[in-house]
Design a protein. Structure first.
Length: 164
């Protein structure tokens, strides 16, 4: 076994990944900023006139992306975290990944790994566009060990895809 990590993801880990997935494109960020500014402008125009209903709707629309959506995502992550009752153990070798949650185990081949991404304190090993393993740095250790593991996982996934 080359690497083995035992951990339980926190609400913060799930929230960071969810926000990354929500705002993975700079186009989405630009649209959200333009929307927020447009709603702020509409709100300003409505406040000067006698359109109170429109002002309330514009105010709600203005705070949707910067406030309401992240709060909604946070509570969704808390709900998901409440379902996690046992630690996850991930064991990585050159040939495969062994996943153990509680008493249940599963083997995943490197050829089924779609991508390996490092974002801040998280290393993500995706098995498809929506699923994967979120490995926090606290499970790996230092930044250097995180970088070492990231390079290992990236090479193992690329090597497995070349053999296909």
């Amino acid at each position: 076994m080359r690497y083995q990590f035992k951990f339980r993801n926190s609400v913060k880990d799930l929230f960071v990944v969810s926000m990354m997935m929500t705002y993975r494109s700079s186009f989405i960020i630009v649209v959200n900023v333009v929307w927020t500014l447009a709603m702020a402008t509409l709100l300003g125009a409505c406040i000067g006139s006698n359109q109170k209903v429109m002002a309330v709707l514009a105010g709600i629309a203005m705070i949707y992306f910067p406030l309401i959506q992240p709060i909604w995502i946070y509570f969704r992550c808390r709900k998901a975290d409440a379902k996690i009752k046992e630690d996850t153990t991930l064991s990585f070798t050159d040939k495969e990944i062994f996943v153990k949650v509680g008493e249940k185990g599963q083997t995943v081949s490197w050829s089924s790994v779609r991508s390996v991404i490092k974002r801040g304190s998280l290393t993500l090993v995706y098995t498809d566009a929506q699923h994967g393993f979120v490995i926090p740095r606290r499970a790996i250790g230092s930044k250097e060990k995180q970088q070492e593991f990231y390079e290992f996982a990236k090479k193992a996934a690329e090597s497995a895809h070349r053999k296909k």
